[in-house]
Design a protein around this ligand. Structure first.
Ligand SMILES: [Zn+2]
Length: 116
């Protein structure tokens, strides 16, 4: 049993083409959310990561694509901020920094509702 065989079984015995696949790390949450009962966007002082978790590492079928397995979540659809990596060790280092609170990136969205 090897990883390629496991991937084949997980994919319903269809060959898996991983061209363009990336590791994705959720680095920041959103500062707004959709209030379904009120049918409007609301601001949030807290970072909201749902349906992801802070520092979560995902496999995506491309930078703006879905997870190829499982729930098939699509980070690009949400207001979270994430980074993409081809290299797993880089993704894991990013995750560690995010969880330690030391991750910094210039492309992160400005937090809403913070006093400056
Ligand atoms: Zn960034």
């Amino acid at each position: 049993m090897n990883a390629a065989e496991i991937l084949l079984v997980l994919n319903g015995l269809e060959p898996v083409d991983t061209t363009g696949w990336v590791f994705c790390v959720v680095t920041h949450g959103a500062h707004h959310y959709w209030d379904n009962s009120a049918q409007q966007m609301r601001e949030s002082k807290e970072e909201r990561f749902w349906p992801f978790e802070k520092g979560e590492v995902l496999v995506l079928a491309g930078e703006y694509e879905r997870e190829p397995f499982g729930e098939g979540r699509k980070p690009a659809k949400w207001s979270n901020h994430e980074h993409h990596f081809k290299d797993l060790s880089e993704a894991l280092a990013c995750r560690e920094a995010v969880l330690a609170g030391t991750w910094q990136c210039e492309c992160a969205p400005e937090p809403v509702g913070e006093e400056s």
